[in-house]
Write a protein that binds this ligand. Sequence first.
Ligand SMILES: C[S@@+](CC[C@H](N)C(=O)[O-])C[C@H]1O[C@@H](n2cnc3c(N)ncnc32)[C@H](O)[C@@H]1O
Length: 238
Amino acid sequence: MPVSFKEQRLTTYFRKIAPHYDLVNTLISFGLHHFWRRFAVEKANLHPGQQVLDVCCGTGLITKDLAQKVGPRGYVAGLDLSLPMLKIAAKNLRELSRSHRIQLVEGNAMDLPFPDNSFDRAVIGYGLRNVADMRQALRELYRVLKPGGRIVGLELGKPRYPLLNKLYALYSATFPPLVGLLLTGDKKPYLYLHRSVQAYPSPAQVSAIFGQIGFTAVQYYELSWGIATVHTGDKPGL
Ligand SMILES: C[S@@+](CC[C@H](N)C(=O)[O-])C[C@H]1O[C@@H](n2cnc3c(N)ncnc32)[C@H](O)[C@@H]1O
């Protein structure tokens, strides 16, 4: 599959920010991203021994939580387009990989290198906003899930309340780019973050797309006044 302009630009951005990605996230979310991640992982409702895919795994924080849930008899594949992000993931997962089956794969969410019906769960953390075509990524996630499997999507969003929404827009246009500039030497990736969140569809619209792809029992949970959202859906068939 040819690499799109968006993928090229993101590859450049994530190469630049990879070494400081986790620290910047903690600073700009005031640590809330740890809570959002744990909430998303809980919604995956994992059992020991299950097979899980973490798409757009980045530095592997979600991958690590998933591996702990499925235990040493389970299997977790973390897939990402960015080699520098995967290298940080490998460091973050080094200790756990000694006892758990974790595989890191360089690949594209739009064309997953896995057979149909391979995974019990698929998680995509802050990835749907970044892929070139959200529908294509969701079709691929649906394809690789086993019948009865579940998708969990964690994404940033916008607060519902108008005043909070305005304040948040002002905050996200200024503070993250400043932190990004100070720690990574470039504010462009964090200006992109702001613009991409503003352009991202509402939770209800994203849920409708999940349904159009074929997921059932689609639900969403707004966290921290809507600054983050977790979507879940099941692949029918059991
Ligand atoms: C905002 S980071 C999220 C990382 C991680 N899931 C987390 O919770 O912190 C988005 C990740 O998606 C990856 N990405 C963007 N487009 C992708 C694609 N088409 N296929 C695979 N990975 C992609 C980027 O390289 C980056 O590591």
